[in-house]
Design a protein around this ligand. Structure first.
Ligand code: SF4
Length: 326
């Protein structure tokens, strides 16, 4: 059985540990190839997740939503009704510093485990579970190390492949020139395969994506949290491990996100920020002022409608932004 996960923060390893196949819904090949008509205020990413969930959620598959925003919670309500047993809402705590948030995540972790068992999943023996978890941790670390070794699209595609089938396949030859182009960060919500044209356009205009901090980019690989290998038998330890790697805009306070960004923006000499958001995503759209204040860098805001419908204008805006940064 395939279990489609609508957020990179839902622990895919746990699905695998139960003998089921985790798939990042946001990396599905069909995702983003068509932009559905949306009502005013509806997030295009949430809408597409909902459409895909409807087609993927059958007797042989399951879909898991994350509660990261109202749009996703609403999506769960809509798709969850007809096929309740194969749809799950993973409640992701909106705060991260308190014991209560840790407890909530652990409770959700255990509820998710019961859901996987209800689907027919059976937890593997501790040794096998530890191998899966350690293997995924190593794959994430390997992918994280590629940020300056691949062109932006290649890097994003490697990460997408990992979220789709768990593999960290890396081409042996590096194709990036770490010194070429103006270093910029792309920060924001999920960037689907069909939207990677944004990264191409930045490179074509003389930029270099030194940081892909979208929800489907380097950020989705999580923090390099130390975790003692072979400790998969401890539910509490595992829950803490999965919770601690979340870095996102909906968490309050947002200091973890900004600390993660700052470390990389400074280390990589980033000169400008492209803020990427889906149409209807107020969470990321509202972040422009905070990013400007935090980093003092020029910001270009792009949305999913521009990426889909007006490519010449998109290329023109990116080129103009690069001129400013040069
Ligand atoms: S892009 Fe924004 S509004 Fe859409 S699902 Fe993600 S956080 Fe929610």
């Amino acid at each position: 059985m395939e279990v489609y996960l609508a957020s990179p923060w839902i622990p895919r390893e746990l699905v695998e540990v139960h003998g089921l196949v985790p798939r990042g819904l946001f990396c599905a090949p069909a995702f983003g190839t068509a932009t559905p008509r949306m009502a005013e205020g509806v997030c295009s990413f949430a809408q597409q997740s909902l459409e895909l969930a409807r087609t993927h959620c059958g007797q042989d598959n399951a879909v898991v939503f994350g509660s990261s925003c109202d749009q996703m919670r609403r999506g769960f309500d809509l798709v969850g009704e007809p096929q309740k047993t194969n749809v799950f809402l993973f409640n992701l705590p909106a705060t991260w510093q308190s014991d209560a948030a840790q407890h909530l995540f652990r409770a959700e972790f255990e509820r998710f485990t019961r859901f996987l068992e209800r689907l027919g999943g059976r937890r593997q023996a501790d040794e096998s579970a530890a191998t899966i978890i350690d293997g995924a941790r190593d794959a994430r670390a390997k992918l994280r190390s590629l940020w300056n070794k691949l062109r932006a699209r290649g890097f994003a595609e490697c990460i997408a492949r990992f979220h789709w089938d768990g593999r960290a396949i890396v081409e042996p030859a590096s194709d990036a020139n770490a010194d070429a182009g103006v270093p910029v960060a792309v920060v924001g919500g999920p960037l689907t395969q069909a939207q990677l044209v944004i990264l191409d356009a930045i490179e074509s205009a003389g930029g270099r994506v030194a940081l892909n901090a979208t929800e489907t980019g380097e950020r989705s690989l999580g923090l390099e949290t130390p975790f003692p290998g072979r400790a998969a038998g401890s539910t509490g330890g595992l829950a803490r491990f999965f919770f601690s790697r979340i870095i996102d805009v909906w968490q309050r306070p947002n200091t973890r996100l900004y600390a993660w960004l700052r470390e990389r923006i400074e280390e990589r000499n980033v000169r400008g920020i492209v803020l990427w958001h889906h149409v209807g995503c107020d969470l990321w759209r509202a972040e422009a002022a905070s990013l400007r204040e935090a980093f003092g860098l020029p910001i270009l805001t792009l949305d999913s409608e521009q990426a889909h419908s007006d490519r010449p204008r998109l290329a023109h805006r990116i080129a103009a932004f690069m001129e400013i940064l040069k």
